[in-house]
Design a protein. Sequence first.
Length: 551
Amino acid sequence: MIEQSSIESLKNSLDIVDVIGSFIELKKAGANYKANCPFHGEKTPSFVVSPTKQIYHCFGCGVGGDSIKFLMELEKLNYPEAIEKLASIYNFSLSYTKGQSDYGELTRVLKEVQKWYVKNLDLNQESKNYLYSRGVSGSSIEEFEIGFVAKSSSVLNFLNSQLLPLAKANDAGVVALDEQSNFYARLVNRITFPIYSSNGSIVGFGGRTTTNHSAKYINSPQTKLFNKSRILYGYHRAKHTIYSNKRLIVCEGYLDVIMFHQAGFKESVATLGTALTLEHLPLLKKGEPKIILAYDGDKAGVEAAYKASILLTNNGFDGGVVLFTDDKDPADMIANGDIPEVDKMLREPKPLIVFILEKIATSYNLQEPKSKESAFFEMKKYLSSLSQILNDSYIPIASSILGVSPNLFLQQTITPTQKIVEQKDDITYLCIIKTILENPNLIDSVIDVVPVEIFGRYRELFQTVVRGDLTNPNLMGLLVDETLKVMSQKELQSTLINLILKEYLMDIKRVTNNQSIDYKKRSFIIRKIRTDIIPRLKKGELVAYESNIII
């Protein structure tokens, strides 16, 4: 059992604003903080957090308590589990009357393995030379606790020699079981990077291959401690600078973060092999910083920056984009001594919305009238998803990019026939949203096959339901609108198939009009859609829509 004095010490060390703010977005409201209640749907925020009393209370549904009670309710944990998880998150050592906690055991395994990885790097000059060749200094290697792991057998031998249970190492993501139920190390022949939670507790590892392995970087798997969609590499080191500078730089990888910090840009973090997600947003929101996306300028980097910019602008973030071109990533530039140039680029990023508008424009041949018209409608659709003030502010920029009159963006150009089609599509989107609103277990079956962008002007409404943030008043309208049908699972699948089929048919037109794509690639994409994807859809197969098929 956990000693009561230890529980009280943990409680005294917690800040309820920090705890709850790690899971939901809190906004200052006088001496307190307010938010939309995560436990029930409501029209206006009624969930109040008191930093002075260290409690929360919802005036809508009546729930309330301290940090421990919040985590119990949110993640359906019992009291000891919630205490142990908070202790793990905040790197707090609990005392027990007997035995050890599961979270404590997992953390102990990770800490011991991490210390061993660091010792291994000192014995592997080849890996150290690689880091030096990338410009990583000895002090950065020490600060970021970079290590090395060799063969799988050496990992197993170390764990056994330290009496660290292999079952716990498996739960911590250090080892795994093969088909014959034999343990093997997940990281082999790799430079290692320890991954910490936002509060400085070790939760997993990343590894860069030192061989020609096809997977250059891999991370720990999902564990009780590690959720890569909620963690940003380097955040625990960067957060104080983020709060003071009101700026957060999102990079693409471990070495970018390390080199940025080494050059003095200590507000830098990176996602862990995944794009920015909705789960990252509460962490990004802390301190209300401007978000700078510092990505490579290759096709993958541009597309990642575009998707991240859409996510950020749709959720009220301000910031910009910096792309590192000419086959140089930011780590290389810093290693080559181009720190003043990097600093200038970070101080003059392209605003997120401008970047999105320009990216839309480059996807079309603006010299071709029909293609230019398609670009116009896509821009108008995106701008209409923003607030009215932002929409009005960026219309002049959009019109300048396209070379058209700003008045076009203010005109209603929909023909009667188009209006009928649009109304029909509106009903389809709204019925899907209403269906998953009333049957949340169907959400995954929708987001697995269609991107959020497919919902157009209802994108924000769709995201609201997916997040479980049921405070949008329009959702109440959906629930009481008897003209909108709640579909069965079979009807939903049929509707999604028709929706995806329509999008692919539109893609054929978009590819045909997009002269920036070379002829062979256009032919390949059109052939793939016509001879592979569309026939499968028409046979009733639910094929996931690939929004980047024309990229």
